[in-house]
Ligand binder design. Structure first.
Ligand code: NAD
Ligand code: DAU
Length: 352
């Protein structure tokens, strides 16, 4: 049994689905179902006895303590977070609550539970903290990619709160001996990605005839990884990582935002041509830049490859093609997210 936090979100849901497709070890998913949490992401698990969903906040110590006592997990995989940089600029409060206070309370509940285990179970227990390359800050054009030794230089409220949570996790290992693992991953893309983020936003706006907004000059660089490769990296770290260590995860796919958007437009031109015969690239619009916008991220993933034998399965070309096709094939998911209908279950379940 493992406890997964944030399992109704983009990466968490892909992780839960992949895990249960490959093994029978049960999962308890704890998720607050913020705007980013979508139970439809886990709908294929309805009636599956291996999966238990609990709606709740990682900062709710009483709830987490009760879940740990009842389900006795051998590991916690911690995805739950506020994850969108633009939202963190508009309102950092929720980011402080979940990413910092929430992670702190989760660590404390985990420590209390872990302290009560017998020696063998204590040694086997893992707290895996899912983090980001954004904690390292922005790279100069010719600088080598981020290694695990790169100094922490977070620049957005989001990355500052993720950096804070990484430091808490580290401290709980060094001070209390809690067997923690931290992964720092580059930009993910793939199925179930909420369309506030660049790639799904561009796919859906293109199909709806809307502008494709490019911040600033569009020459910022991100390093893209297909979400299921991130999930396989996390599984590998969980099974073979050394407690107290951090592992970078990335796919060696540095690309400018403009190149990404043009690539998606070209795919859509081939798969779902515009009625007027024009390219979707006609819809590109340059808009005001994101404040404090990091210019470049790039991950050096040689440690996880060398020490744990992990490598991504997808190239950018294969992963983005699957992703675009997924959005074309999943009109019902897209529609419910675009209209907000994916929140109906919540409204019915928790109506006053
Ligand atoms: P997401 O925003 O899609 O999902 C976050 C999930 O956490 C949602 O289901 C939400 O309801 C839940 N949640 C939020 N606050 C909560 C709380 N207080 N208690 C319980 N649940 C809560 O995020 P994502 O893109 O899937 O990212 C998951 C994790 O991976 C985050 O920790 C993020 O920092 C990290 N990460 C993301 C990327 C990326 O490219 N998306 C890359 C590297 C690391
Ligand atoms: O690097 C890992 C991080 O990647 C994760 O930790 C974050 O949770 C995740 O949201 C993502 O952060 P980014 O800010 O890089 O992702 P986003 O999709 O918001 O933006 C990608 C790039 O595209 C970024 O340079 C900003 C730009 N952008 C984004 C949007 C939404 C645009 O140019 N136009 C847009 O409309």
């Amino acid at each position: 049994m493992i406890l997964v936090t944030g399992g109704a979100g983009f990466i968490g849901a892909n992780f839960v689905l992949d895990w249960l497709a490959q093994r029978d070890e049960p999962i308890v998913t704890l998720d607050k179902l913020t705007y980013a949490g979508n139970l439809q992401n886990l709908a294929s698990l309805d009636g599956d006895a291996r999966h238990t969903f609990v709606r709740g906040d990682i900062a709710d110590t009483a709830l987490v303590t009760q879940l740990l006592a009842r389900h006795r997990p051998r590991a916690i995989v911690h995805f739950a977070a506020e994850s969108h940089v633009d939202r963190s600029i508009d309102g950092p409060g929720d980011f402080l609550h979940t990413n910092v206070v929430g992670t702190f309370r989760l660590l404390e509940a985990a420590r209390a539970y872990w302290s009560g285990l017998d020696a063998a179970a204590q040694a086997a227990f893992r707290f895996l903290h899912v983090s980001t390359d954004e904690v390292y800050g922005s790279l100069a054009p010719q600088a080598p990619a981020f290694t695990e030794q790169h100094p922490y230089q977070p620049n957005s409220p989001y990355s500052a709160t993720k950096a804070a949570s990484d430091h808490l996790v580290r401290a709980w290992f060094h001070t209390y001996g809690l067997p923690v693992l931290t992964t720092n991953c580059s930009n993910n893309y793939g199925p179930l990605h909420f369309p506030e983020k660049l790639i799904p936003l561009v796919i859906l706006n293109a199909l709806e005839g809307k502008p494709l907004p490019i911040y600033g000059d569009g020459l910022q660089i991100r390093d893209w990884l297909y979400v299921r490769d991130h999930c396989s990296g996390i599984r590998r770290v969980l099974e073979a990582g050394t407690p107290g260590e951090t592992y970078n995860i990335g796919g060696h796919n540095e690309m400018t935002n403009l190149a990404i958007v043009r690539h998606i437009c070209a795919l859509l031109d081939a798969l779902r041509p515009r009625h007027d015969g024009q390219s979707y690239a006609e819809q590109i619009r340059f808009v005001a830049d994101r404040p404090g916008h990091d210019r470049r991220y790039a991950i050096d993933a040689s440690k996880i490859q060398r020490e744990l034998g992990w490598q991504p399965a997808e190239t950018f070309d294969s992963g983005i093609r699957k992703t675009v096709q997924w959005y074309l094939d999943n009109a019902a998911w897209v529609e419910s997210v675009r209209t907000g209908a994916y929140r109906d279950w919540l409204r019915r379940q928790y109506a006053p």
